[in-house]
Design a protein around this ligand. Structure first.
Ligand SMILES: Cc1cc2nc3c(=O)[nH]c(=O)nc-3n(C[C@H](O)[C@H](O)[C@H](O)COP(=O)(O)OP(=O)(O)OC[C@H]3O[C@@H](n4cnc5c(N)ncnc54)[C@H](O)[C@@H]3O)c2cc1C
Length: 359
């Protein structure tokens, strides 16, 4: 019987960790897990997630890949300014820069892959195992976390566009905050993530569909023709929360339990999947060498510091910088320059595509 390991949480990062561990040869009977979650609530199931190519490749190792829309082009622009940059998968000789799917579809794919292992997995709160190494993946950085409030609320909705722009994701930096339209698997369908001051987002959520569509068209421009609202609008207040270093020698936090980021750069789950993958690799190596799993704690924290730091800094910079009118001109020039200076742009794209994985 292998040394036991407890996994707290029922979200995608907790499930991915169990599957990566299984690939490392961990016996399901040694993984103490929370009972399977049912379908996520509707507001969460419909949330769109942009996953990087690197995440997509990681997922392909553990699940039958769910329906998703490939992103082959990202158009980044500043509203009212000339600067615009375009990232293309072909420039990087990649099949896609990333993929967009719904949270519910990802949940279903992970749950199906885990189903055969579930009957052998003991309950996470089984007290027969004295003090196992605990991995916290419950999506909550905890009460003592360091919080940065961006004073922004994201308005999420699905949009049906007159023009089909399959494969293209749009990111507009408006005076109020970033507005993204991401392609969804169905033709003409896009996921809207529109960040603005809470009072603005709340007002827009309360507009009738016609008035909302008109305001969206003004903010986004005419690239997709007429834009129609499909279904409900959901509001998500935006904060960045990073878990305070707890110093607990038997506990590792991963995914949103370690860091919950602003969604502007779509990095949260990408970082969480890398957390799960790297941790499973390290635990697999320790187990193969016959060493105690708890040795992973310090090693893991050291190894993941850079990737986490880069993702937090990049996300914060994007969330903050583009909302300040005073520097908008400079940013406009910077975006234009980025388009001319391909290596810088490709470096940014590569970081967004793969993050900083150490293997
Ligand atoms: C508006 C918004 C947009 C985002 N867009 C992106 C993006 O484009 N790309 C990206 O990489 N990240 C994005 N993120 C971040 C991403 O959603 C999180 O990083 C990711 O979900 C973290 O996974 P997790 O397992 O650590 O935590 P969570 O997904 O928060 O899950 C943790 C907890 O949620 C609850 N839960 C989860 N599933 C269920 C269920 N089926 N039933 C009941 N409860 C459940 C459980 O309590 C679970 O322990 C976005 C976040 C927000 C708020």
């Amino acid at each position: 019987m292998h040394e036991a390991l407890r996994i707290e949480g029922r979200g995608p990062v907790a499930m991915a960790l169990a599957l990566f561990l299984s690939r490392q040869g961990f016996d399901p009977a040694s993984m103490l897990c929370e009972p399977a979650a049912g379908e996520p609530p509707a507001w969460l199931a419909s949330r769109s997630l942009a996953l990087s190519l690197g995440s997509w490749q990681l997922l392909s190792r553990i699940v039958a890949l769910p329906p998703a829309a490939p992103i082959v082009t990202v158009e980044v622009s500043l509203r009212g300014h000339a600067g615009r940059t375009r990232m293309q998968a072909s420039d990087l000789r990649a099949p896609a820069l990333g993929y967009v799917l719904r949270y519910g579809m990802l949940h279903r794919a992970l749950a199906a892959a885990l189903a055969p292992l579930r009957p052998s997995m003991p309950d996470a709160h089984d007290s027969a195992h004295a003090e196992p190494l605990t991995v916290v993946a419950d999506g909550d950085p905890g009460a003592g976390s360091r919080v940065h409030d961006f004073d922004q609320t994201a308005l999420l909705a699905e949009i049906v566009a007159e023009r089909d722009a399959r494969g293209t994701a749009f990111e507009r930096f408006t005076d109020e905050g970033p507005l993204a339209l991401l392609p969804l698997p169905e033709a003409h369908r896009h996921a809207l993530v529109w960040c603005a001051r809470p009072v603005q987002s709340e007002r827009r959520a309360g507009l009738d569909a016609h008035a909302f569509e008109a305001e969206l068209r003004t903010a986004f421009g005419g690239a997709l023709g007429m834009l129609h609202l499909h279904g409900d609008r959901v509001l998500a207040p935006l904060q960045r929360r990073v878990r305070a270093h707890d110093g607990d020698a038997r506990c590792i936090a991963i995914g949103n339990a370690a860091q919950a980021l602003h969604p502007v750069a779509g990095q949260g789950l990408n970082l969480g999947l890398r957390d799960a993958f790297e941790l499973a690799q390290q635990l697999g190596e320790l187990r193969a060498a016959g060493r105690p799993l708890v040795e992973a704690v310090a090693h893991y924290r050291r190894r993941r510091r850079t990737d986490r730091g880069v993702a937090v800094a990049l996300t914060d910079t994007l969330a903050r910088a583009f909302t300040l009118p005073a520097i908008a001109r400079f940013e406009s020039a910077a975006l234009g320059a980025l388009d001319l200076f391909a290596p810088a742009r490709d470096g940014l794209a590569a970081t967004l595509m793969f993050g900083l994985r150490t293997r």
